[in-house]
Design a protein around this ligand. Sequence first.
Ligand code: ADP
Ligand code: ADP
Ligand code: MG
Length: 461
Amino acid sequence: MSMSSVLIANRGEIAVRIVRAAKALGLRTVQAHSQADRDSLAVRLADEAVEIGPAAAAKSYLNIEAVLDAAKRTGVDAIHPGYGFLSENAAFAQAVTEAGMIFVGPDAHAIRLLGDKVAARDVAAKAGVPTVPGSDGRVSDLGVARAIVARIGFPAMIKAAAGGGGRGIRIAQTMEDFERHFPQAAAEAQAAFGDGGLYIEKVIERARHVEVQILGDGKNFIHCFERECSLQRRRQKVWEEAPAAMLPADVRERLCDSAVALVRSVGYRGAGTVEYLYDEASREFYFIEVNTRIQVEHPVTEMVTGLDLVQEMLRIAGGASLSVRQEDIAVSGHAIECRINAEDPAKNFMPWPGKVASLAVPKGDGIRFDTMLYEGYQIPPFYDSLLGKLIVHGSDRTDALCRLRSALAGLAIGGLPTTVSLHQALAADPAVANGDFHTRFLEPWLETQFAALQGGMKEAV
Ligand code: ADP
Ligand code: ADP
Ligand code: MG
């Protein structure tokens, strides 16, 4: 490999994950961190650490100059951006390359084509991948927008071209609704993403979120099968699985092939995810977006395929060809991931940074806990509330659920409320056990079943 060191330009559990993968490949690791993250686990684990600015992400993890300067000062060959922050920023990818370093991810051109959700719809359509009915490109004129929604019908979705992490999406039930939301959505997208570009999609009702993990080295393009991420709150994934248990074999094949066709059409290099909505009733799937980076839920794919996706990303970035061929990849058993957040489920998931007074982590076959936590760690209040991910693997879905229940019982994070209690309730729920859910399942379930469970808990106290 023409690469011997890497700067990790991210934080939290994914920084820890990248440090470990890079070390396994014999790379020197340099952890870039804000002032608020001096005591982070990734800083402790990395060979070196370098401060890039104050707590505010805009002045540290999102500051291109500061990250590049840290990389130059520490003499690294490459920068791994993780997820969120600068990971899908084409200007950053380009600046890294122009500074003579390797960006661990696709090139700026591929990020521009796929990271912009409107451009990506066009790439998908050209590659023969079915997209959600909607606008052909960006829409800025209300009159034009009205004509489009009148054609596709209600409910309709207004989406920000630069949106992500569940933000930048509004639903309009009526034309009146639409006329009110449209200008607000543009202003909000401009403020949140620095890009007010909007597009319109029909709402696919009772859809399941199914996504395909892909890998490319610029010449060879493969898929590592799919994940299902339908349990969502505020359009953010809460619980993810691999494989998508309800997907018929012929649909799975077409879905995975379509993701490969899409990334092949842009000569993709690196790991990526092609996201779809799947309508069980019609057996149709619709492309929604590409994430040109490692995803939060990548471990479920690793558990069922045995691949190490982060190591694979680093190898590809170093100039290697894919280490596996499509025919080498098979799915074995079933995996489930629960996102563990520092949020209080009893207080409408209010973020609750605190000090980790004690930590008990379940161990055993088929159990993995990817985390940033250690005993005594003070969680900084400035960032995302994700603390870690509990991942289990079983011989089938029933076995995985069974293992999940016992793993959750063995996970005890003392000193602050977390979403462990939410996952315990989900893992015990009959509809979840039957795989009987879609992207709009969790929110009403939280209002009814989960609220009732918590009411019961309060009475018992
Ligand atoms: P994944 O797509 O990997 O399942 P998420 O959607 O939860 O994961 O995003 C991972 C992280 O990246 C979150 O912290 C989220 O807020 C952040 N993120 C993703 N896309 C964007 C974006 N366009 N702008 C800002 N933050 C983003
Ligand atoms: P983000 O970039 O924030 O991840 P996505 O476009 O991937 O945004 O959408 C996030 C979630 O919003 C999806 O997983 C799904 O639950 C919901 N969603 C997005 N588009 C549609 C649609 N056209 N119809 C129904 N639900 C949708
Ligand atoms: Mg998405």
